[in-house]
Design a protein around this ligand. Structure first.
Ligand code: 5GP
Ligand code: ZN
Length: 114
């Protein structure tokens, strides 16, 4: 999608700190990290949010979680633990309408949010 921020990051049209890339997903540091490790894992295909997911996205969705496992290990939080969050729609505060999995880690999280 031409006017989508994360599509531009995926295509390297906007700089970001990319930590992982494969055929299905790209992952990069959040520009305003909320925790010592805060990485966004996104499908390379434009999907506006979790509410748009269908069974056809199963492989992509699995790839996002498999990538999260590898990224957690690479950033030293696999044992200490981490949180995976997807915001969907206005009440969640979703700000970017390209599906993304937040990986939060590196500190003890005291509440149930990121
Ligand atoms: P949401 O609230 O939609 O779940 O999260 C969007 C996330 O994208 C936020 O945590 C925000 O800091 C991050 N973000 C917004 N703009 C940029 C950007 O240009 N580059 C990067 N790397 N992250 C961004
Ligand atoms: Zn997009």
């Amino acid at each position: 999608m031409s006017d989508c921020l994360f599509c531009k990051i995926i295509k390297n049209e906007i700089p970001s700190k990319i930590v992982y890339r494969d055929d299905l997903v790209t992952a990069f540091w959040d520009i305003h990290p909320q925790t010592p490790v805060h990485i966004l894992i996104v499908p390379n295909q434009h999907i506006a949010g979790a509410a748009e997911l269908t069974p056809a996205h199963a492989e992509t969705l699995a790839a996002m979680f498999v990538a999260a496992n590898a990224i957690a290990a690479e950033h030293g939080v696999a044992q200490s633990g981490y949180r995976l969050t997807i915001n969907q729609g206005p009440d969640s505060g979703q700000a970017v309408f390209h599906l993304h999995l937040h990986l939060f880690g590196g500190k003890r999280m005291s509440d149930r949010r990121g």
